[in-house]
Each structure stands twice: as structure tokens, then as C-alpha cells.
Design a protein around this ligand. Structure first.
Ligand code: AHR
Length: 505
């Protein structure tokens, strides 16, 4: 059997766990909104048409921040269409997803939903077909207390109190030729800087995100970030990264090691942002909002886009996730946490139905995909300080990344609650690994639970008819702590959560 070790020390601090790492994303895409979070007439819908079964799962998932309303959708969106009496709202074509948008769920409905879900909104403005004026109008509508045409319109539409939205994305994926209103880095950088400057005139407290690259393999990657930040450095707080992973060309081992790419992506954007900081003599540091990440079988996406007509709420990119996908999602969460000093916001894309951890049937139930579990467990148990871990593990070959270690891991230490959590994946496609946790620096810590998500059939999924086929289970063979070491068996292609605690003195 392969064996690996993990060295842990409470002094090896990276940063505090930022709750915003556990963000998600609701776009008007397929059935994310319509028959996803919103379905008037559903047996479990409340008086606002919000599905309570989905709200329960969103809370269980532990989502903290939700980006809205897109995505590519936002680059053709007119926010004014989505407010006021529902019967008077226009239906519009959504060019991004070749769909019709009835606007029966809009800004106010989203804000009501965020309050019920207990999440923070992260609002995106349209810098594709629109510009500074519409962005500041939306800001005034949302955040100005009263006494102006737009703030009073919000009050007439039912929201007496301002929404108080702090986080704003300045457009979406403007580097992508598929994006409505796609721009060069100079064009976008100027527009983002001017939009940000105008938005900041409302007052302090805003956190603004500039669009970075929509993937690391974009031809403009690197130079896009540098140019955009040269225009916007003093005006924005964060720059975005987007990344989707899928198994390509039968390279399962490479797919399981997708976090290697995420690590490299983050490191490159940090280096670029810091380079621009030196160049423009920037006082502050620019952090990263990894506001779209997930497994997405994108090679199938073209097929799932409606070809005939402009349907409402079509079944678009409803990927069904298996065990291997869940292990990759776990690895990506480990990468994000490992970079907590610079990645201060992140959104798993998306929340319901479209490339999502939660699935629903119209008029029917909602259930957890395999990928729900690593996210929910990390959001619940990764608390306190993120610790740098030293993994020593055998490595194996992948087509995508060359040699990678069989085990990847991160740890968090909640000093106040005397708890230590280790999140670990065994990304070896065929071999179990005996992982020894070195606990010399954590005297008195005992195992609470080793939970493992694993299945003999790595293609097993959760479906409407078998919603709990794949769930995390207790690994009974682990423990107790022996001297200064805990040994845990990580099955091949598995996601593991090891929780330890020291009793109160
Ligand atoms: O999340 C799905 C899509 O992926 C988003 O609309 C877009 O921003 C990205 O290309």
C-alpha cells in the first residue's frame, strides 16, 4: 500500500478562513432560477414562489455569498425589466443562452431570496451592451435610501429599506469572444475604471471586482489582467478568475489533479497583480475573486443549448456528477483554501440545476448531487485559521500535469474551539494510501470523525430515483491517535474530512 505523511503545525498560518470562499452563483441560465430556486405553484413554494426544499438545501450547503444575475446573461441584461409589477415586466431574448427571459423573478425577488437563504448578494452590472450610466442607476436604485427618482421607485416597488449591496462585479468575462459586447483589455479596462470611479462616488464601503480571464488557456491570459489592472488598480479591490474542469482524452489521473491547474492559475494572477502594483506604485493589494469554478462537461454544452426557438427555462447544461467529479470539487476547495491569503471570495458555479450541486424537478423533489457533499462539509468544518501543510506522498504520472502527488490536503485550526480539520483527497486513480498525520504540535487532540466519500463505482451518481446513492460515510477503521500520529486509510479517488478535537482543560 502507498503511504504518505502530513506535517501540521499551528504556527504555519496562511490566513483566517474567509467565509466568502464558500460562495455560489445564480444566473438566469436554463433552470437555475425558473423551476430551480423559484417555482410558483410548486407544492413546497412559499407565498413568494420560492422553493422551500431548495432553500433548505442551500442552507445545508453552507453557501455564504451568491453572485447574480450572470454570467454571460448579465452582458445583455436590462435591470429595469426585472423590477415593478410582475405582470408589466417584458419578456426579452437572452442571447447568451438562446432563451427567453420572462423577468418574473428579478431584483426584488432575488433580494427576498437572499434574506431567506441567509446569504450575501454579489451583484454583477452589465458592461457588455451597457455602461457607466446604467451601472450607477442600478446602484442608486439598490443602495440610495430615498428621495430620488430611482430610490423612490424601489420603495414604490416594495423595498422601503435600501438593499445595501457591497460587492459588485464590473461585467462578466469581457475577454471572451462569446460574450455580448466583448472588448479588448484596453477597452474594458477604461470602461471598468470609469464605472468603478462613478460607483465609488456614492460613498465608501463598496468592494468592486474587475473581470480577469475567463480561463487560464485564453490567448490573452496574463496580459489581460496586467492591462485591466493598469487601468483600474486604484478603483477596484479584486480581480476575477474563472475555471471549469472536465475529464479530457481519457486522462482520469489528470482530471483528478485539476487543483494543480487552479494552484497555477491563482499563483500567476497574484504575480501579475503584484507586478502591476509595483508598476503603478499601488498602495493596496489586489485580491482574487474566483467567482466561477466547478466541474463542467463543457464539451457537451453546445449540444445542450436550445437549437430551436427561444424557450423559457430549458434543460441547459444539467450535468450529472459522479464520485470522481466530487473528488475533483474537493481538490478545488483545498486549492482555494490553501490560497486564502489572496483568494478572498469564490463562487462555485452554479447553485441549482445548471452545473450545480443541487438538482430539482419541476413540481417534484430537490436532491443533492455528489458534488454537494465536499462543499457542504468544507463550509461546515473548515473554521478558524488555514494552515500550510507539508504533504509527503508518492507521485504518479498524468498527461495534463506530469507527476502529481497522490494526496493533496489542507488543514484549518479553530483555536477557540480546540478543533482541527484536515481536508484531503486521494487522487490516485487506483491505489489506497495510508496517510499519517503528524500531531506532535497538537498534543491532546483526538479523532472526532473520519468521513470519506468513496465508491467502488467511481461513475456512481445521485439521481431523482436514487438521490442518496453517493454520500460521505464514517471511516470506522481510522484512529485512535497513537502517540503523536493518526493513521487514516484514504481509498483511491476519495474525498476525506478528518476532524480532531482537544477536550477542554
Ligand atoms: O457558468 C456558466 C457560464 O460560464 C457563465 O454564464 C459564464 O460567465 C461562463 O462562461
Amino acid at each position: 500500500m502507498l503511504s504518505a505523511t502530513l506535517a501540521l503545525d499551528p504556527a504555519f498560518r496562511i490566513a483566517e478562513v474567509n467565509a466568502r470562499i464558500f460562495g455560489s452563483f445564480v444566473e438566469h441560465l436554463g433552470r437555475c432560477v425558473h423551476t430551480g430556486i423559484h417555482e410558483p405553484g410548486h407544492p413546497r413554494a412559499d407565498k413568494d414562489g420560492l422553493r422551500l426544499d431548495v432553500l433548505d438545501l442551500v442552507r445545508e450547503l453552507g453557501v455564504t455569498t451568491v453572485r447574480y444575475p450572470g454570467g454571460s446573461f448579465v452582458s445583455g441584461f436590462r435591470w429595469e425589466d426585472s423590477v415593478g409589477p410582475v405582470a408589466e415586466r417584458p419578456t426579452r431574448l437572452d442571447l447568451a443562452w438562446h432563451s427567453s427571459e420572462p423577468n418574473t423573478f428579478g431584483l426584488h425577488e432575488f433580494m427576498t431570496w437572499t434574506a431567506k437563504a441567509g446569504v450575501e448578494p454579489m451583484m454583477a452590472v452589465n458592461l457588455g451592451t451597457r455602461g457607466v450610466a446604467e451601472a450607477v442607476d442600478l446602484m442608486e436604485y439598490c443602495n440610495h435610501p430615498q428621495g430620488t427618482a430611482l430610490s423612490d421607485r424601489r420603495i414604490t416597488n416594495g423595498a422601503k429599506e435600501p438593499f445595501g449591496i457591497r460587492m459588485w462585479c464590473l461585467g462578466n468575462e469581457m475577454d471572451g469572444p462569446w460574450q455580448t459586447g466583448h472588448k479588448t483589455a484596453d477597452e474594458y479596462g477604461r470602461l471598468a475604471a470609469e464605472t468603478a470611479r462613478a460607483m465609488r462616488m456614492f460613498g465608501p464601503g463598496l468592494e468592486l471586482v474587475a473581470c480577469g480571464s475567463s480561463a487560464r488557456d485564453m490567448p490573452t491570459f496574463g496580459s489581460w489582467e496586467a492591462t485591466v489592472l493598469e487601468h483600474t488598480y486604484d478603483q477596484v479591490d479584486l480581480i476575477s478568475c474563472h475555471a471549469y474542469y472536465e475529464e479530457k482524452d481519457g486522462d482520469l489521473a489528470g482530471f483528478l489533479a485539476s487543483a494543480v491547474d487552479m494552484d497555477n492559475f491563482i499563483d500567476a494572477v497574484v504575480a501579475t497583480a503584484d507586478h502591476v502594483r509595483a508598476k503603478v506604485r499601488g498602495r493596496k493589494r489586489i485580491d482574487i475573486s474566483f467567482d466561477e469554478w466547478n466541474v463542467w462537461y463543457m464539451s457537451k454544452a453546445e449540444d445542450s443549448r436550445p437549437r430551436d426557438g427561444w424557450p423559457v427555462a430549458a434543460r441547459i447544461i444539467e450535468d450529472e456528477y459522479d464520485v470522481a467529479d466530487a473528488v475533483v470539487v474537493g481538490g478545488l476547495l483545498i486549492s482555494l483554501l490553501r490560497h486564502s491569503d489572496r483568494v478572498t471570495a469564490a463562487c462555485m458555479a452554479q447553485l441549482v440545476n445548471a452545473i450545480a450541486p443541487i438538482r430539482t424537478e419541476p413540481g417534484g423533489p430537490a436532491w443533492r448531487q455528489t458534488t454537494f457533499h465536499p462543499f457542504a462539509q468544507a463550509a461546515r468544518h473548515a473554521k478558524g485559521t488555514v494552515l500550510r501543510t507539508e504533504v509527503t506522498a508518492p507521485s504518479h504520472e498524468t498527461s495534463a500535469y506530469g507527476e502529481v502527488t497522490a494526496v493533496d490536503a489542507v488543514a484549518t485550526h479553530d483555536e477557540d474551539n480546540r478543533s482541527l480539520t484536515v481536508l484531503a483527497v486521494n487522487r490516485h486513480p487506483g491505489e489506497p494510501v495510508a496517510l499519517g498525520l503528524g500531531l506532535r504540535c497538537f498534543p491532546g487532540y483526538e479523532l472526532v470523525e473520519h468521513s470519506v466519500l468513496y465508491d467502488d463505482d467511481i461513475r456512481a451518481t445521485n439521481t431523482l430515483h436514487r438521490p442518496d446513492r453517493v454520500v460521505p460515510r464514517r471511516q470506522a477503521s481510522t484512529g485512535p491517535v497513537d502517540g503523536e500520529q493518526l493513521t487514516a486509510l484514504l481509498p483511491p479517488i476519495s474525498w476525506n474530512v478528518l476532524r480532531l478535537r482537544r477536550a477542554a482543560a
